[in-house]
Ligand binder design. Structure first.
Ligand code: CU
Ligand code: ZN
Length: 192
């Protein structure tokens, strides 16, 4: 004799109803969106290390290609600036060090975006013009912005450095962190 078909007690049934009411259908849509790799994330840059850098970057996942990063960054010194995905989604510290190290879930050496051996978070350099403005248009390979999974950049940080990334191990020698932005999975949050 088993009890699978035994009716739930009044309290258990009430609890089930309350739970069902508290659980909106929306996260399922968000998950479906996620499964189709159609997520968008945004990072608002915060000036760090005494800089006046500002800007906003958007991240669009392109199925089978990677993550397309676009936006405009201003307040830079003219020339090249290393930029990377860093592990921690935390830009609280004035020097940006709260972002942690380069996003590298399986370790390995630092490199250029085109190198076979590199950290997935190694995005190369952005280039600021004489006015200190950099237009960013980068396809980042080997990354996703899915909520879960070891290569997800969602809820991590993107960091821009004072100097050029020379692609040397362990971190490209690109100096102070002049901007840090939390990578916010906006679409997902909006739907929740
Ligand atoms: Cu960095
Ligand atoms: Zn690196």
């Amino acid at each position: 004799m088993h009890h699978l078909n035994k009716p739930a007690s009044g309290i258990a049934r009430l609890a089930a109803l309350v739970l069902a009411a508290a659980m909106p259908a929306v996260p399922l849509n968000a998950l479906a969106q996620h499964a189709h790799g159609n997520l968008t994330a945004i990072a608002e840059l915060e000036a760090k290390s005494g800089s006046a850098v500002e800007g906003k970057l958007t991240f669009h996942e392109m199925p089978g290609k990677g993550v397309h990063i676009e936006g405009r960054v201003s307040g830079l010194t003219p020339g090249k600036h290393g930029f990377h995905i860093h592990t921690n989604g935390n830009c609280d510290s004035p020097d940006g060090m709260s972002g942690g190290g380069h996003f590298a879930p399986t370790g390995g050496r630092h490199g250029a975006p085109t190198d076979k051996e590199r950290h997935p978070g190694d995005l190369g350099n952005i280039v600021a013009n004489a006015e200190g403005v950099a237009d960013v248009d980068v396809m980042a390979h080997g990354l996703t912005i899915t909520l879960m999974g070891k290569n997800s950049i969602g809820e991590r940080s993107i960091v821009i450095h004072a100097k050029e990334d020379d692609f040397s191990d362990p971190a490209g020698n690109s100096g102070a962190r002049v901007a840090c932005g939390y990578i916010d999975l906006v679409e997902l949050h909006m739907r929740m």
